[in-house]
Design a binder for this molecule. Structure first.
Ligand SMILES: *Cc1c(COP(=O)(O)O)cnc(C)c1O
Length: 395
């Protein structure tokens, strides 16, 4: 091994550990459901993005198995060469229909989707206005495009308008895009899409909404854009097949021309092998389930309301979430880590989230109730929260 690399790795790893930022990754034995097993211990899982419980749904498992029998386990090539199978096409048609757009394109992950879609339309002669709390994959996708990146204060419409005006009047840019998460993952607040659409019209902004945490959750499952009835107004609707949909993958839904363009210009589509047939079939089955019934979506919101109410009644600061994402804001980073550790010992898995994922001094435990939790599981979690919260003097 190169001595330079060896020294670099040793020093960097030690530095992370010294600053309390080294993440020990735990291994789950078995599925990622509402209860998980780690080292023989059974825990209530409040840290997945498996909002509707579809990751372990029998219907998806069956669809996945059937597709493997029919199409094999791998797509065999990138989509443009000969890796597009009937099931990929069917998945994209189902996504477009569900989202209320002309067309859709699937990618191998939500992260990949942002890598490909932004730079397919934006370049160094353009500007991107980007909410300061946007997901890491949006930030990286913006950087990759080479466009000028202009940070917008979180959900601050006056700041957006002022910077859109300035960028537009400067005459420096060919195109200007505004990018935002639909639902912000750390606080659970929702982007102000109606105001965003108005500002976008005024300055001819391209609108790009990454609804990874909104799909399957908002708008009875169809997402934040649908929730506001703006499917015709938002240019790019991004989503992931990895969270509420329960599988893996990402997508863009939009106009036929946009999707046709992404199929010839988005590099992860052109140069990376497609989703496996089983992934595509399971994701398509999830969309069928969400189209046929809103039962899982309703159960998710009921469970979330229950958990939020119980935690708030105990005196925890649950922030200003408008979605099932339920933060318990502790503040101090070390205390936050200790809280997670003690909850773990009490049979609850609620991962601590600290700087740099959230601002310093706003350390939190982020709870993700799902449709698959029973009331007994949530009660068990609340009891542990009460016990540990008192013990640590937080309530
Ligand atoms: C989780 C997330 C992604 C990444 O999605 P994957 O399918 O897991 O790669 C992208 N954007 C946002 C806003 C996310 O929350």
């Amino acid at each position: 091994m190169s001595k330079l690399l060896k020294d670099y790795l040793a020093k960097s790893l030690q530095d992370k550990k010294d600053r309390g930022l080294y993440n020990e990754i735990q291994i789950l034995d078995g599925a990622n459901g509402p209860m998980i097993q780690i080292e023989g211990q059974e825990l209530v899982n409040l840290s997945s993005n498996n909002y509707l419980g579809l990751a372990t749904d029998d219907r998806l498992i069956k669809a996945s198995q059937t597709a493997a029998d029919q199409y094999g386990v791998g797509a065999g090539a990138v989509r443009t060469i000969n890796g597009t199978q009937r099931i990929h096409q069917e998945l994209e048609e189902a996504i477009a229909k569900f989202k209320g757009t002309e067309a859709a394109i699937a990618f191998q992950s939500g992260f990949n989707c942002n890598m490909g879609a932004i730079s397919a339309v934006m370049d160094k002669n353009d500007a991107i206005l980007s909410d300061e709390l946007n997901h890491a994959s949006i930030i990286d996708g913006c950087r990759l495009s080479g466009a000028k990146i202009i940070r917008i204060k979180h959900s601050d419409m006056a700041d957006l308008r002022a910077k859109a005006k300035e960028a537009s009047e400067s005459g420096l840019y060919n195109k200007i895009m505004y990018i935002t998460d639909g639902v912000f993952s750390m606080d659970g607040d929702v982007a102000k899409l109606p105001e965003i659409v108005e500002i976008a019209k005024e300055f001819d902004l391209i609108t790009y909404v990454d609804d990874a945490h909104g799909s399957g959750v908002m708008g009875q499952g169809a997402g934040t854009v649908k929730h506001f009835g703006l499917a015709k107004e938002i240019d790019f609707q991004i989503g992931t097949l990895s969270k509420a949909i329960g599988v893996v993958g990402g997508y863009v839904a939009g106009s036929k021309d946009l999707i046709d363009w992404l199929k010839v210009a988005a590099r992860p589509f052109l140069f990376s092998t497609s989703l496996t047939p089983s992934d595509a079939a399971a994701a398509k089955e999830a969309i069928t389930i969400m189209t046929q019934s809103t039962e899982l979506n309703e159960k998710l919101w009921q469970n979330a309301a229950y958990l939020k109410e119980k935690l708030a009644a105990l005196g925890f600061n649950t922030g200003h979430s408008e979605t099932p994402i339920t933060p318990v804001i502790v503040g101090d980073e070390n205390l936050t880590q200790k809280f997670t550790k003690r909850l773990y010992e009490e049979g609850v898995y609620a991962k601590s989230i600290v700087f740099p994922t959230v601002p310093l001094g706003t350390g939190r435990l982020r709870n993700m109730p799902t449709a698959a939790h029973t009331q007994a599981m949530l009660d068990q979690a609340v009891d542990a929260y009460e016990k540990v919260g008192r013990e640590l003097g937080i309530i």
